[in-house]
Design a protein around this ligand. Sequence first.
Ligand SMILES: NC(=O)c1ccc[n+]([C@@H]2O[C@H](COP(=O)([O-])OP(=O)(O)OC[C@H]3O[C@@H](n4cnc5c(N)ncnc54)[C@H](O)[C@@H]3O)[C@@H](O)[C@H]2O)c1
Length: 265
Amino acid sequence: MMRTINEMYDFKGKVILISGAAGAIGSEASRFLGSLGANVVLGDLNEEGVKRIADEITKETGNEALGLKIDATDEKQIELMITKTIEKFGKISAVINNVGWGANTPLWGSDSQKMIDSYKLNTLGAYNLTRLAMPYLVKEKNAAVLFSGSAVGNTPSPEFIEYSTAKAGLLNMSRSMAVASGPEVRFNSLIIGMVDNGDSTLEAGYTPEMIDNVVKQIVLGRRGLPEDIANAMAFLLSEAASWITGIELTVNGGGVYKSKMPSSE
Ligand SMILES: NC(=O)c1ccc[n+]([C@@H]2O[C@H](COP(=O)([O-])OP(=O)(O)OC[C@H]3O[C@@H](n4cnc5c(N)ncnc54)[C@H](O)[C@@H]3O)[C@@H](O)[C@H]2O)c1
């Protein structure tokens, strides 16, 4: 029998973990998945943010959400996110490894500590959260894991050497997990272009003028909104994507296009 779109996007009874959930993309994904019926568990360093957003989701959707203060670079705290989720909801249906950030650093201007710190935040935290969720994920139908990758992890990006190297690692980790745990759990990454996240991009070293210059070159003529990414996340977790694993879905407004023809100006 033909399934309706509502059935394919029905997340009722699903329990979804989201890291970096007080940020622009993580909070939007949490709200959207909550509105589609999921019980979302939000983890973030920003305790006030995750607790407030979780309360709003519970009130607005009637689907209970849980906000937890979690440092994604601390394995013990990630373990706690799993334990509290199981205590409260008894299962894990999907994980969105969304936490990440990276400052502008020139290629030869980094050092061991900065490289390690970026790896811990952008790559290792996702490995640990996924590894600890696996015993629960394998029990669920259409279980899926997502990774918030970046366009800079897919092309040479010497201006963001720590972040781009860590994000490149994230993509291959996702592909490897897909191969290793194929039939039981699906693993996919998003390659995210420039999305409006308030001050966070400015703190990473962009100026408003730099952002405007990038936007002028984006094929679809605007910076992404958090909901553009949340929409793609919901698709990849839904029944509509049940035969999709090991891929990178690029959500970047068509990317930044520069003509290959030399300019006469
Ligand atoms: N916004 C973009 O243009 C863009 C582009 C490419 C990729 N991405 C990726 O998408 C994801 C979400 O980005 P965003 O724009 O929503 O970022 P954001 O800066 O708005 O949110 C990031 C969140 O992570 C939290 N966080 C930081 N360190 C943490 C830690 N140690 N433990 C737990 N939480 C921590 C912050 O408190 C914040 O709420 C990130 O992985 C980012 O690298 C974003």
